[in-house]
Write a protein that binds this ligand. Structure first.
Ligand code: SER
Length: 314
């Protein structure tokens, strides 16, 4: 049976590309995009669109019933850096929306939920290299606390009420179509926009800050893949580690310079450095590989080439 999908936060960095992909796979009429605003023309014109505040359970339920929605992808969230400026707001948005969606699934209005966790669920005491699936998790940002709590809520709803909820711990996601907002890994997107202008990029992280990253193509594929897997393949109901590449700002700049020799980078570290320092350098994603066949397609060099080609021919 073809699922009918509701995407909450469809106008965001991941939501916009995921909506496009899901509309290609299942047909536009089966994918209802929603966001708090309707300023993304592509989304609004390429299929059904509804304005929804993701913290409003009744509003979500109305749309679920209107379209006969069977799956919800919850992509609305406040990210790490902006979350530190508005801790209560971040907690409220990130948690209220998740509990609303999990309740709708518990009440059997829908049969599947996707919710992303993040490398931010780890913290300064977590082993940094090849961070295992199960390890010490003591997050130091509000965003990270909301992701770790959310993981346990997902697991709880699965164990207690049989909710089929699936989740990935996304690394920094790099895209060129829609920019992220308010994240610590955002430098790795912004840098490409300086590169195509052949200008200097001022980086807010230090040159040797290594972080796990993933190209949007892989992030979208991983998301579709985990949602299409058979339920019995999904053995982890908190959230799966997934990994693709790890690099520092210096390494990314060097890669870009292979294509744009005039590009340069300077460093002006701000409060986001402390957040980056609390996250892993690299991730062990062997469980995702074993359980549902995860494997990324993009390396740093393949991704850099692809982004620059796309941005330069736009
Ligand atoms: N990209 C996110 C952030 O930087 C991490 O999940 O906040």
């Amino acid at each position: 049976m073809i699922p009918t999908i509701l995407i909450l936060g469809a106008g965001g960095q991941i939501g916009s590309e995921l909506t496009e992909k899901l509309r290609t796979i299942y047909g536009s009429n089966h994918v209802i995009a929603s966001d708090i605003r309707n300023n993304n023309t592509q989304l609004v014109t390429s299929g059904p669109f509804e304005i929804i505040d993701a913290t409003d359970k009744e509003a979500i339920l109305t749309i679920v019933k209107k379209y006969g929605v069977t799956q919800i992808y919850l992509l609305a969230a406040m990210l790490s850096a902006v979350g530190e400026k508005f801790p209560q707001k971040a907690w409220n948005l990130n948690m209220t929306s998740l509990l609303a969606v999990l309740d709708i699934a518990k009440e059997k209005h829908i049969n599947q939920v996707y919710w992303p966790s993040s490398i931010a669920a780890f913290g300064p005491t977590t082993p940094k290299i090849n961070t295992p699936q199960q390890t010490i998790m003591e997050p130091s940002t509000v965003y990270g606390i909301s992701k770790l709590s959310g993981e346990f809520w997902c697991n709880y709803y699965h164990e207690k009420y049989g909710v089929d909820v699936r989740s990935l711990r996304y690394p920094g996601i790099i895209s060129w179509k829609t920019k992220p907002g308010g994240g610590t890994t955002d430098y790795a997107v912004d840098i490409f926009f300086s590169a195509i202008e052949q200008t200097n990029f001022e980086c807010f992280l230090s040159k040797d800050s290594c972080l796990p990253m993933m190209y949007m193509e892989d992030a979208v594929d991983a998301t579709v893949q985990i949602m299409q897997a058979k339920s019995e393949q999904i053995k982890i109901r908190t959230s799966y580690n997934v990994s693709a590449m790890n690099f520092t700002p210096k390494e990314l700049a060097k890669e870009i310079q292979q294509h744009v020799p005039k590009f340069s980078i300077t460093y002006k570290i701000d409060y986001r450095q402390v957040i980056a320092d609390s996250w892993p350098d690299s991730i062990d994603d062997s469980k995702a590989r074993e359980d549902w066949g995860w494997s990324p397609n993009y390396t740093l060099s393949k991704m850099t080439k692809d982004i620059l080609e796309n941005l330069l021919t736009q």
